[in-house]
Ligand binder design. Sequence first.
Ligand code: FES
Length: 107
Amino acid sequence: MPQINYVDHSGTCTPIMVPLGDSVMEGAVANGVEGIVAECGGSAMCATCHVYVDPTFSALLPEMGEVEDTMLDLAASERHDNSRLSCQIRVTEALDGLVVRMPESQI
Ligand code: FES
């Protein structure tokens, strides 16, 4: 199972083994990782699963869809070049070791 590293706003890292095919958001919610709210349950409709993805993994991520792109503009915390909705990132073997940083606030 790939390991996803969730880093909260204070810099504390929580490594979680996430099943292949689950989303990065689901891995956080299922394990009680704070900092990802996921109000809409993964439909790309709330932007409360916003994360900053470590740039070394950028090329391995799925392409951003139009809906995700629009929702990121509405996120509570500032959007950066490496912003993604964690519910739109499916865990693959290639993403083993992925580092995602949570913003200061999701709501
Ligand atoms: S969980 Fe709502 S946009 Fe990701």
